[in-house]
Design a protein around this ligand. Structure first.
Ligand code: PEP
Ligand code: MG
Length: 755
């Protein structure tokens, strides 16, 4: 004999049947609300939907006056319903009218009902509506009933999200879920992109919410949990995992959560109430999200990400859906939305379809931002919470210069941006016209404009910008996107291709700058407290001469008898640079011995990006054929403020007195020693900062390719010498230097420069 089912499971079964019936939207919803009321022995059951104007509209009721449906509304925070929506938490009351928040709506005839239970209708932690049951008598709703109502609310949330109730929405209004949203982040690049959202880590879409066989769903959950725990254990025991690293810490947190009895109990309870295993994961995650999102404790909010990841992992095991978006077909104008990602992950996407990336984290000098820039993509970071609010396929506008992201923009806003894009296309066409003009200020100072690059793919852009060459080729990017260490042959092929594509323009190849946030997955790194100041870059290279020699060999060979420029990163003391030069010399001798043609000219330069080197420029400059300032690192170390953490780094203006004095000192010393100097950090690509650099005598600027046009336009309209004098005065002894940026902005305005 089949066991009779009752309570929430019976209700969910009835709901499933109702959902399959051929009914009009309002009739179906009314039937659902009646079923809930009957099942919970309630005198009233009401369902409110949150609209895009912030009002909660009564969509259906059993027990209140039917004429109040689609008429009665409450604002967020108003009345008990508004309170539940605002707090995203259930509310149980014995005597609702005596609650201070109770708001009486005469048209509903609500007054005789005392016992009250209301729950938020949640999806991805966002409130979509409120579901309420009420009884005439004093009655205390129990934990089980709250749980059952929350389970039912999960189904209603899904129905809202899948447009089931769209026919019930009044013209000119919409549900809150589709409300336009604006995110104020930090722009990493210029440019504007209009497109469709592609979630980097897409939420698994749960299609089947109501269980047919609860025992089977419990078994599926257990099997999936076991598989997930095994895979986490497996990753943890993997030989490459080093204790104390961030990745390992995250996995250990996952393991702790995955074995957390409270979490598993709640999942099992949701299944016992009639949900499928997938729906149970979603339901429990919803509550967790809603609770954690309201927390102001940054630690808790960070853990929320871990919990989200874990829930997504479990859903993937349950649905067998193991893909991230990089393997899927992208829409024509894809805008990638992610919490964060590494440059290698970004490069897995089809770049021809990718217009922009939007991250919840990241800083402007993070390497993913650098790669995005070099690929001509628009990028914005610090768009808080966008991952949980955006849906695949949503319209999105990314405004790089202001760092603003508009999700589901209104048609008017879209039109404004279409016009802006047209205008910027015009501007691009204008920059294209400038490309063959020599880059000389109005008062005759020649400014050399160069690209920062790192991928062969971005070299053809040289022809469009008219830049004179590549001032910084970040060779580590190729290593970062490879799955294993590129062999010498592969390196030679890559550098040859870069030289070929640059069509005779010089390229400065920087030796591998690994470490910090430039993680190379297949190179093991010991755990470090401060990786940016750790065993990285030149320190690592000198310690592992095999890697260094292979790269130098590849570079010297790839020159094929032509000129070669090699740049040594992260020089902290002069002896390190001398040592690097010695290795280059050894490889050069080896090349000659083996009968190959050596480069026609070989120049070796040092990067100035560690403050200590500023105090022995008189040692390093005579050793160097050229030098290059890495402002990203130099300014990070000068300020003791992480370049990737905008919260701290944006507090210190890079062209305010202390930094500009440091930069001027380097420029003056390089001039004194007659050593060519280039600025290759991100500063050089920003107009007002570039003006500051020219004002202190820097004439070689290397930047991301899209910055060349605007900087060149500025150079062409600039009278440089007067501002050089003004800045020199402002940097003089005894000056507070507060107004350097303002000084430059005023000058730009006087000169009519586009900044
Ligand atoms: C810098 O530090 O400014 C620089 C150019 O190098 P990277 O950004 O690659 O560290
Ligand atoms: Mg650097």
């Amino acid at each position: 004999m089949a066991t009779a089912i009752s309570g929430p499971r019976l209700l969910l079964r009835q709901l499933r049947e109702t959902m399959a019936e051929p009914l009009a939207s309002q009739d179906r919803l009314d039937k659902i609300i009646n079923l809930i009321a009957v099942n919970m022995q309630a005198d009233v059951c009401s369902f409110y939907v949150l609209r895009d104007d912030g009002a909660l509209e009564l969509f259906a009721t059993y027990g209140l006056k039917p004429e109040s449906v689609h008429l009665t509304t409450l604002r967020l925070g108003e009345g008990l319903v508004g309170l539940i929506a605002a707090q995203a938490e259930p509310l149980r009351l014995e005597d609702a009218p005596s609650h201070p928040a109770f708001a009486y709506r005469p048209e509903t005839g609500e007054d005789p009902f005392r016992a009250f239970l209301g729950v938020p209708v949640l999806r991805a932690g966002q409130t979509l509506g409120v579901l309420v049951v009420q009884n005439r008598d004093h009655r205390v709703y129990g934990e089980d009933e709250t749980e059952a109502l929350l389970t039912t609310a999960t189904i209603l949330a899904e129905m809202i999200a899948t447009s089931e109730f769209d026919a019930l929405i009044k013209p000119g209004q919409d549900i809150d879920l589709r409300r336009p949203r604006t995110f104020t982040g930090v722009g990493f690049t210029d440019g504007i992109a209009l497109g469709q959202v592609v979630l980097h880590d897409p939420r698994v879409v749960v299609v089947n919410f109501i269980a047919e066989d609860t025992a089977e769903e419990t078994r599926r959950l257990e099997a999936a949990l076991a598989t997930m725990r095994l895979s986490i254990d497996d990753m943890l025991s993997h030989g490459d995992m080093v204790s104390g690293t961030e990745h390992r810490d995250i996995l250990e947190t996952y393991r702790m959560f995955a074995n957390d009895r409270g979490w598993v109990d709640r999942l099992e309870e949701a299944i016992a109430n009639g949900l499928t295993a997938e729906a149970a994961v979603e339901r429990v995650q919803n509550d967790t999200r809603a609770r954690m999102l309201r927390s102001t404790d940054p630690y808790i909010r960070d853990r929320l990400h871990d919990f989200d990841d874990l829930a997504n992992r479990l859903l993937r095991v349950l649905t067998g859906d193991g893909t991230t978006s990089s393997t899927r077909e992208l829409p024509e104008n894809a805008v990638l939305v992610a919490r964060n990602m590494g440059p290698a992950e970004l490069l897995e996407y089809d770049r021809t379809r990718l217009r922009a990336i939007v991250l919840e984290e990241g800083g402007a000098t993070a390497h993913v931002a650098i790669v995005a820039r070099s690929l001509g993509m628009v990028a914005v970071g610090q768009a808080e919470n966008i991952v949980s609010i955006a849906e695949n396929g949503d319209d999105i506008i990314v405004d790089g210069p202001t760092g603003t992201v508009y999700l589901r923009p209104t048609p008017e806003l879209q039109q404004t941006y279409v016009d802006k894009v047209r205008l910027s296309a015009k501007r691009r066409a204008h920059y294209l016209e400038l490309k063959d003009k020599p880059s000389i200020t109005k008062d005759g100072v020649a400014i050399t404009l160069l690209h920062n690059s790192g991928l062969v793919a971005d070299l053809p852009m040289l022809a469009d910008t008219g830049a004179e060459g590549v001032g910084l080729f970040r060779t580590e990017l190729q290593f970062m996107i490879a799955s294993k260490l590129p062999r010498v042959g592969e390196q030679i092929a890559l550098y040859r291709e870069a030289i070929r594509l640059s069509e005779g323009r010089p390229i400065v190849f920087r030796l591998l700058d690994i470490g910090g946030d430039k993680v190379i997955p297949y190179l093991r790194a010991a755990p470090e407290e401060n990786p940016a100041m750790g065993f990285r870059s030149l320190r690592l290279a000198l310690d592992r001469p095999g890697l260094l020699r292979t790269q130098i060999r590849a570079l010297l060979t790839a020159a094929d008898g032509g000129p070669m420029k090699i740049l040594v990163p992260m020089v902290t003391e002069t002896w390190e640079f001398v040592e690097a030069k010695r290795v280059v010399k050894l490889e050069l001798e080896r090349l000659i011995r083996s009968g190959q043609t050596p480069p026609s000219t070989l120049e070796i330069g040092a990067m100035i990006e560690v403050p200590s080197l500023l105090f022995e420029l008189d040692h390093v400059l005579p050793e160097a054929d050229f030098v290059s300032i890495g402002s990203n690192d130099l300014i990070m170390f000068l300020n003791a403020a992480d370049r990737a953490n905008t919260r701290v780094s944006k507090a210190y203006d890079p062209i305010a007195l202390p930094r500009l004095r440091a930069l001027r000192h380097i420029v003056d010393m390089a001039k004194r020693y007659g050593v060519p100097i280039t600025m290759c950090g991100e500063l050089a690509g920003r107009t007002i900062e570039a003006l500051a650099l020219m004002a202190i005598g820097m004439t070689r600027l290397s930047m991301s390719p899209p910055a060349i046009g605007p900087i060149k336009e500025m150079v062409l309209g600039l009278e440089l010498k007067p501002i050089q004098a003004a800045v020199a005065a402002a940097l003089g002894e005894g000056q507070s230097g507060v107004g350097i940026r303002d000084l430059l902005l005023d000058w730009a305005e006087q000169q009519g420069l586009a900044i």
